[in-house]
Design a protein around this ligand. Structure first.
Ligand code: AMP
Ligand code: GLY
Length: 423
């Protein structure tokens, strides 16, 4: 099979590596890819939202299956673009259609979906510029901290958690009236604050059947002890040690099953990965958010633990035969540590030469923000390289990742040394 993976991060490198290991794969193309995917596939300089260029690529390279990495093209309707095109409609796309991608594209849509299907989540109300005063009154009725969410995609920055009521009101106004996050904050969801520990659950679905992938926990803050600004993720651990059978069963019965059934009932066509952001409040799981893709860097620990042939699994998703797949999962724990550019998640420089990857042993090096420049691998993003390792538990796995991190170098490189501190 000829397979196209869309995206350029560590997630896409991890998915591509697994696809490249399948005997069913003939040609693997990544668009646009990075210096890591270049080692295992052919990179083609086509943007993930350039649907016409994607169409040309798919036809020229006789692609049989497309795997969409990031949310953007899904929310923009890349799957629908294929279905509406005579030359493309028979080529399966892994990733939901636009209507279903709204689960990530609109927080309000996701909340209404959860309410409709009785899926446990934080209480909420949503507001627009016209209902600003009602928004103030709602904030007054809540106790701090206050959770404000821009309805639309805001590059992971659209959620504000504020301790002070006046500050929350000011931010609400800035989001609704001054378009703090552009059109994404034309509607704002205000939520009850949930106190607990977070984890992520990843689900594969063909629209009817589902399979649950290993759980993972990522570390979003830039600073040790979960301090400082939010990032895309500084590392991850899988499985999540505090998830026992009882909790997993609740997650499946109260959340996963109603989600997949709800998508079907609501006629939201979904063939793809569902990333359910959860928080364990006391002993109960609640949904914080849906993403319509895999997480990054969670993919760098979840996919390496998958022992089944990923191409077989993806084909079953496309064919509606996921029920016939028996997912094989590596029992060992996996961890990944992300090396980031100095200054990230604020302004940072690119183009720094990366050295030392050849000395890394017993770990997998996933490239995130890298590219080839004059034969050298250089930094090309905030999150640069993720080092994934296995161990009997996450501590042992982390030790290997950290030992190997010391061999990696680029100007301004930073990584968190305290992953798992809260477990
Ligand atoms: P989201 O973009 O929805 O994942 O939100 C970003 C982060 O904000 C989450 O990972 C949580 O840490 C936090 N968060 C979101 N919603 C809530 C909530 N209702 N209560 C507590 N924390 C939240
Ligand atoms: N690591 C969080 C995300 O992918 O959204």
């Amino acid at each position: 099979m000829n397979i196209l993976v869309l995206g350029s991060g560590g997630r896409e490198h991890a998915i591509s590596l697994k696809i490249s290991q399948s005997p069913k794969t003939s040609k693997l193309i990544v668009a646009p890819g990075n210096a890591g995917t270049a080692q295992i596939a052919t990179n083609v300089e086509v943007g993930v939202n350039d649907f016409e260029a994607i169409k040309k690529l798919v036809i020229n390279k006789s692609i049989h299956l497309v795997v969409v990495g990031p949310e953007d093209p899904l929310v923009n309707g890349v799957h629908d673009f294929f279905l509406n095109d005579d030359e493309l409609k028979s080529i399966p796309v892994i990733g939901p259609e636009k209507a279903a991608a709204e689960l990530e594209g609109s927080k309000e849509f996701a909340k209404e979906f959860m309410m409709r299907h009785n899926i446990p989540t934080a209480a909420y109300e949503s507001f627009t510029r016209e209902s600003l005063e009602k928004g103030y009154a709602f904030l007054e009725s809540l106790s701090p901290p206050y959770v404000l969410k821009a309805d639309g995609l805001a590059a992971g920055k659209g959620v504000l958690i504020l301790k002070d009521l006046q500050e929350a009101k000011d931010e609400l106004k800035s989001m609704l009236v001054d378009s703090k996050f552009g059109n994404a904050s034309a509607t704002v969801v205000i939520e009850e604050f949930l106190n607990g520990i977070e984890l992520s659950c990843f689900v594969l679905t063909d629209g009817t059947n589902y399979k649950i992938l290993p759980t993972a926990k990522d570390y979003k803050r830039i600073g040790e002890g979960d301090t400082g600004l939010n990032t895309g993720g500084m590392g991850a651990i899988s499985p999540v040690p505090f998830v026992d059978e009882v909790l997993m069963d609740k997650i499946e019965q109260q959340i996963v099953k109603p989600t997949v059934d709800g998508l079907k009932k609501d006629n939201l066509p979904y063939v793809g990965f569902i990333f359910i952001g959860l928080i364990k409040v006391g002993v109960e799981p609640k949904v914080i958010e849906y993403n319509v893709r895999m997480g990054d860097p969670e993919t760098e620990v979840v996919i390496p633990r998958l022992k089944s042939d990923l191409v077989e699994v993806l084909s079953a998703m496309a064919n509606g035969t996921l029920d016939q797949i028996d997912l094989q999962i590596d029992k060992r724990a996996a961890t990944t540590v992300m090396a980031v550019s100095g200054g990230y998640p604020e302004a940072y420089e690119k183009g720094k030469e990366i050295t030392g990857t050849e000395n890394i042993q017993d770990s997998i090096v996933f490239h995130a923000g890298t590219k080839l420049s004059d034969g050298k691998v250089v930094t090309n993003g905030g999150r640069v390289i993720a080092i994934t390792s296995f161990g009997k538990d996450f501590k042992e796995a982390l030790k290997t990742s950290y030992q190997n991190m010391e061999k990696l170098h680029f100007d301004g490189m930073y990584y968190r040394k305290d992953l798992g501190f809260d477990l």
